[in-house]
Design a protein around this ligand. Structure first.
Ligand SMILES: O=P(O)(O)OC[C@H]1O[C@](O)(CO)[C@@H](O)[C@@H]1O
Length: 624
């Protein structure tokens, strides 16, 4: 779309003459982009929508909406007159006084006509969000309510039972973390006499929120320092445990998994438990589980008598779980004011319930996303917080946005392959990395700047040049980049917060949660399931199953007298998986690289030369 707007603004005749576009090789990429938008065949591209009557109706309206939008962009282009821009800035500026948050959408070029044309979609989206908050089954696939908003305003939960669950869990978190930080609950055998470290084991939504909040808000000397195991990388796990060293004895291990069965998290737990055994420590006295009631993890923790268990609710998704026990316990243990975090989110929720788009910052974000990416994710969202402590915000948003919006089908069952790509680290650091391309290169993105007005706590600033502080440079870099991008027709949104505090961080999380919810409604997809992730998990399970079959086949051949080394072809035949020969090669190469019992002769660089056998024959397994 990027080049589309540039293209159309240079010559409006292209609009009414799409064939002339098609003829220009320079424009092929744009055309493919457009045909993808509408699911139309283009050359070898196959049809990929089911054309139900509703789908046709929806498609036609989506198509006309987008081409209308393009025409308007073509006619108007991005405003360059400084006074007109200033008026646009002032007219569209959103401010939340109490939260000290501003949203500037003036550098997104949507037109008044486009804004008007979106009214029916927004009306439907507000209605759907309202129903969701009232407890409708908003995740139809999984038959679940979606209630992360209730976590910070329990009085809005649809039943007394839910209200009580939320309130008692919050009280339990506060009590437990206070008892831990005050040393009332302590590790059994640490010379420190109290817990000094938290080791948080979890992945995806069970890690990203706590990581972001720790980076953003943990004080320099927190009551407990936090570390994360968020992968099944053995070297990464070893590193975390090695860094803890003797402090393992005073480490509170918080294992987080909504499902309670995520393999990476289970592996992390088993690795940590092994480290505890080797150090002669009793894991159960230092382990805490956060999971759904009766999950595998919950049952393990209960049976093994872990120190504590906190619930994760069925109606809270992993990527929106920061305000549940998932995020709150870790935050409280680091001395972060979780009531403020919740208060900030609640205030933002209130502000983003209004059905007046111009007064609703989440709706404004959704409007900009729709305009900038044509409602089909045709451009990526680059998130650039100009503040070190917000470094992980882009990574946090990556899951929130991409796992929510990246969907194959819409709610009517049409194949739409929706999404919105998010990436970014922080400014001004990224100006010395990839912003060159953003300014001058391929135009396939829009930017979200996150600005923090307060540079340092009061009383700590100084001028490193007459009249200029270090923070002035950071400010200058942000404003300069915003202007330079805009001058080259690169659109941007700016979110400004007064300070990075628990309140503003809570508000930012709530702002984006709601923006994703509204946007999902605008594009008619279910934001609350993740069927695609299951495919990867299933395939991983199949790889491990194949590995077991390979070992069994090799064991049988290696128990022969003499031992029978097998080629990869022979292994594949005996595993009844000839089509899996490449995977078999990879499994053998991986095991060989890790000094497993398997011996591979030949060179990994010439797979056909490889012959494999096991160093030891396991007779028991033969007859198992
Ligand atoms: O909390 P769990 O159940 O371990 O899941 C972790 C993450 O895995 C996912 O389900 C994706 O696999 C995420 O949605 C989730 O946040």
């Amino acid at each position: 779309m990027s080049s589309i707007s540039g293209l159309f603004s240079s010559s409006s005749t292209f609009i009414s003459s799409p064939n002339s576009l098609r003829n220009s090789p320079k424009n092929q990429r744009d055309l493919i982009g457009i045909s993808k938008l509408f699911g139309r065949s283009s050359g070898n591209h196959h049809e990929f929508r089911r054309f139900t009557p509703q789908a046709v109706a929806r498609e036609v309206s989506a198509e006309s909406l987008i081409s209308e939008a393009l025409k308007k962009k073509a006619v108007k282009g991005l405003e360059k007159d400084p006074y007109a821009l200033w008026h646009r800035y002032v007219d569209w500026l959103y401010q939340h006084k109490e939260l000290g948050i501003f949203l500037d959408v003036s550098r997104i070029g949507f037109t008044d006509e486009f804004f008007e044309s979106m009214t029916p979609r927004f009306e439907a989206a507000f209605k759907a969000m309202d129903e969701l908050e009232r407890g409708a089954i908003a995740n139809p696939d999984e038959g679940r309510m979606v209630g992360h908003y209730w976590l910070r305003s329990s009085h809005l939960a649809p039943t007394a039972f839910l209200r009580q669950q939320i309130d008692t869990t919050l009280e339990a978190i506060c009590r437990f973390s206070e008892d831990v930080t005050r040393g009332k609950i302590k590790p059994p055998s640490s010379p420190a006499g109290r817990f000094t470290q938290v080791l948080s084991v979890g992945i995806g939504g069970s890690a990203l929120g706590p990581q972001f909040v720790a980076e953003a808000l943990a004080p320099d000397n927190p009551p407990l320092k936090i570390r994360f195991i968020d992968n099944t990388d053995p070297a990464g796990i070893d590193h975390q445990i090695a860094q803890l060293g003797p402090e393992l004895a005073s480490t509170l291990v918080v294992v987080i998994s909504k499902s309670g069965g995520t393999p990476e998290t289970r592996n992390g737990l088993l690795e940590v438990q092994k480290a505890f055994r080797e150090a002669g420590l009793d894991f159960s006295k230092q382990g805490v589980a956060i999971t759904q009631e009766n999950s595998l993890l919950d049952n393990t923790a209960r049976i093994e008598g872990w120190l504590a268990r906190f619930p994760m609710f069925d109606w809270v998704g992993g990527r929106t779980s920061e305000m549940s026990a998932v995020g709150l316990l870790a935050a409280a243990l680091q001395g972060i004011d979780i009531r403020e975090l919740l208060a900030g989110a609640a205030l933002m929720d209130e502000a983003t319930r209004t059905p007046v788009v111009k007064n609703n910052p989440a709706a404004l974000l959704a409007l900009c996303w729709y305009w900038a990416s044509d409602g089909v994710g045709s451009k990526d969202m680059v998130v650039l917080p100009y503040k070190d402590s917000l470094l992980l915000f882009s990574r946090y948003l990556q899951q929130l946005v991409m796992e929510s919006l990246g969907k194959e089908y819409d709610l009517d069952g049409n194949r739409v392959n929706q999404g919105l790509t998010v990436y970014g680290n922080k400014g001004s650091t990224d100006q010395h990395a990839y912003i060159q391309q953003l300014r001058d290169g391929v135009h396939n993105f829009f930017v979200t700047f996150i600005e923090v007005l307060r540079d340092r706590p009061p009383g700590h600033d100084w001028e490193l040049e007459p009249g200029v502080t270090c923070g002035d440079y950071l400010f200058g870099m942000l404003q300069g980049t915003r202007s330079a991008l805009y001058a080259n027709n690169r659109e941007s949104i700016s979110v400004t917060v007064q300070e990075v505090t628990p309140r503003s961080v809570g508000a930012l999380i709530a702002l984006y949660e709601r923006a994703v919810g509204i946007y999902a409604n605008l594009i008619n997809i279910n934001a609350y399931h993740q069927p695609g992730v299951e495919a990867g998990k299933k395939a991983a399970g199949e790889v491990l199953g194949l590995q077991k079959r390979i070992l069994s086949v090799l064991n049988e051949a290696s128990c022969k007298e003499p031992v029978e080394p097998l080629t990869l072809d022979e292994i594949a035949q005996r595993c009844h998986a000839p089509e899996q020969i490449e995977m078999i090669y990879k499994i053998v190469a991986h095991m060989a690289a890790n000094d497993r019992a398997l011996i591979a002769e030949g060179s990994c660089g010439s797979p056909r030369s490889i012959k494999v056998f096991l160093g030891e024959c396991n007779v028991d397994e033969l007859y198992a």
